[in-house]
Design a protein around this ligand. Structure first.
Ligand code: NAD
Length: 295
């Protein structure tokens, strides 16, 4: 299949690599050129603009920070839509608001281009391993076509409803991850301050009902003070705001999500927004004195 891939960051670079390895013809584009060169070395074709990608592809995948970037790449000057043929498919794997996804689906339909919102979960680890979980919103035929492509990057692919539904499920995903991270951060702080054998403690916690992917993957990062992203706090803040807006629209209260959003904002205000979201522990440590990293 001729696949275009735009946005070669922490997630997009390994995902595009898996598509190349699966035998697809992949044309890639990114704002900064170095990422394009890296994918070219792996067998992809380097694109010069989103329009160039649209010209070469039948399916275009976007993996960009937020909706303004997705809209610019698709509908801006030299955007994908200026060249992509009718009957083609756009799959957006970025995390954006459900409302923006519905609007994009409508604008693409005017060009007879199908759309699937297909945000992913599994982080940089899942992207590198090709084991992401993908939640897809769109009509059944478009989702079937998207699944054929995304099988190269995913272990779990699920159709969850019409356009925008994938983003609603992703918002729920981000609420769960944030809540879990906050409590892992509180638990690790308690264990460290009380002097138990922390490695033994985490091993036994991981064997019971408290076990979770977040505990398994993020607690070691907290202990090692390794906050290299991974998933940046700035991006998680964007996602929590999407979740809060979706909750408001649905007229439901999500108090825990609200509190954690404020903790993430406190870290961003202190200049830590570029750190991995496991750095949430720093906000909790500061509430109980100070963080080992100072401040
Ligand atoms: P990132 O910042 O590492 O990558 C984004 C890439 O898009 C960068 O390479 C940037 O140069 C490129 N880009 C930005 N604007 C562009 C434009 N106008 N044209 C072309 N390229 C452009 O982000 P990421 O961590 O890969 O995340 C991407 C999306 O996936 C986000 O919506 C994020 O919320 C979501 N996500 C991230 C993770 C994670 O663990 N990192 C996990 C699941 C979902």
């Amino acid at each position: 299949m001729n696949i275009g891939f735009i946005g070669l960051g922490v997630m997009g670079e390994p995902m595009a690599g898996h598509l190349v390895d699966a035998g697809h013809d992949v044309v890639v584009f990114n704002r900064s050129r170095a990422k394009v060169d890296a994918l070219e070395a792996r067998g992809a074709v380097g694109g010069t603009s989103p329009a160039h990608v649209g010209e070469k592809a039948d399916v275009v995948i976007t993996m960009l920070p937020d909706s303004p970037e997705v809209e610019e790449v698709l509908f801006g000057d030299a955007g994908v839509v200026s060249t992509l043929r009718p009957g083609s498919l756009v799959i957006d794997c970025s995390t954006i608001s459900p409302d923006a996804a519905v609007a994009i689906a409508g604008r693409l339909a005017e060009h007879d281009i199908a759309f699937v919102d297909a945000p992913v979960s599994g982080g940089d680890v899942g992207a590198k391993a090709g084991t992401l979980a993908v939640m897809m919103g769109g009509d059944a035929d478009a989702v079937r076509r998207a699944s054929e492509v995304l099988t190269a990057v995913a272990a779990t692919l699920m159709h969850v409803g019409p356009a925008g539904s994938g983003q609603l499920v992703k918002a729920a995903n981000q609420m769960l991850v944030a809540g879990n991270l906050a409590l892992v951060g509180e638990a690790v702080t308690l264990l460290q301050r009380t002097g138990v054998d922390i490695d033994a403690a985490l091993a036994v916690l991981g064997g019971g009902l408290a076990a979770s992917k977040v505990l398994e993957v993020k607690a070691p990062k907290m202990l090692a003070r390794d906050f290299t992203p991974g998933f940046r706090l700035d991006l998680h803040h964007k996602d929590l705001k999407i979740a809060l807006a979706a909750a408001e629209r649905a007229q439901i209260a999500v108090p825990l999500t609200g509190v954690i959003t404020q903790l993430v904002q406190a870290l961003r205000s202190a200049g830590d927004g570029g750190l991995d979201h496991s750095a949430l522990i720093k906000a909790l440590e500061r509430l109980s004195g100070s963080s080992p990293d100072g401040r």
